[in-house]
Write a protein that binds this ligand. Structure first.
Ligand SMILES: [Ca+2]
Ligand SMILES: [Ca+2]
Length: 284
């Protein structure tokens, strides 16, 4: 409430100030530092590129094939923390759960590694999005993995599921964003459409990641049209001027200005942002 009141105060001052018309809203457009931190499913780059194109972002791809969370921990400071990110998207688990391989990371260590990433990022005020990995095709998976090692766990799919459940539990425990790609895969009866070698994805498979993460980014930046991490009078002016036809919000940012999510910018969006500043509407 305090936040909303101070935002109201700032817009009130702006509305009564002489410099109102002089504010160059286009100069305020920024690109947040977003890092995709993961294994080969991230390194492939498809979902990262999809998001960069859709939202006009420069998401830094810090995916490395074959990485488990122990490998990731060793490069976490260099690849992630040192870049002072606004948002980090974390997707590990496919290698950690490879029970028959040297890359296998025991589930409690995996859990603590995720906690370590999240706590370190939260300390810096960085937002975290956790993603579960996609479904696998067991038949193809067993051409490279020893099926007998997974037998006592009910198969590789079930074993990987236990790691995915850790991601869901940690997201709730740590109150960070969750993107459940694995759950979304269930909607596809023909998983061959999603997978190439039983683990890695087709473009359709990777689009599940980009669509779900895109929804999360939209939620995070709704109303924050210049993506500077806060909703201020500048965002309000951008929307108002777009509505009045004196400024054009870039197509890649329209989704952040479409406050009611109906697919277009109308007076209702401008009025909703106005009500947000007046403290009578919570838009997130
Ligand atoms: Ca803003
Ligand atoms: Ca709208």
């Amino acid at each position: 409430m305090k936040k909303i009141f101070s935002a109201f105060l700032s817009i009130s001052l702006c509305l009564t100030g002489m410099s109102f018309a002089a504010v160059d809203v286009s100069a305020s457009e920024t690109k947040p530092v977003i890092i995709a931190f993961g294994d080969s499913l991230t390194a492939a780059g498809v979902w990262v590129n999809n998001l960069n194109i859709k939202f006009g972002l420069d998401i830094i791809n810090k995916g490395i094939g074959g990485n488990n969370t122990n490998d990731a921990k060793a490069r976490f400071n260099t690849d992630v923390l040192s870049k002072n990110p606004d948002i980090v998207i974390i997707c590990f688990g496919m290698n950690d759960s490879a029970k028959d391989m040297t890359k296998h990371v025991e589930i409690n260590t995996y859990k603590n590694n995720l906690r370590y990433f999240i706590n370190s990022l939260k300390d810096k005020g960085t937002k975290v999005i956790l993603s579960t990995p996609n479904y696998i095709d067991e038949t193809k998976y067993y051409t490279r993995h020893d099926s007998e090692v997974f037998a006592s766990a009910g198969g590789a799919q079930a074993y990987i599921d236990t790691y995915c459940q850790v991601i869901r539990d940690i997201a709730e425990e740590q109150d960070v964003y969750l993107v459940d790609v694995r759950e979304a895969c269930k909607a596809y009866t023909d998983r061959n459409l999603l997978l190439t070698d039983g683990v890695h994805c087709t473009n359709l498979g990777y689009s599940i990641y980009s669509n779900l993460i895109g929804e999360q980014l939209t939620d995070i930046y709704l109303g924050d049209i210049n993506l500077d991490g806060k909703i201020t009078s500048t965002d309000y002016l951008m929307l108002k001027r777009h509505f009045l036809g004196t400024y054009v919000i870039p197509q890649t940012k329209i989704t952040f200005a479409d406050i009611n999510g109906d697919g277009s910018i109308k007076s209702s969006d401008y009025l909703m942002l106005k009500r947000y500043f007046l403290g009578t509407l919570n838009i997130r």
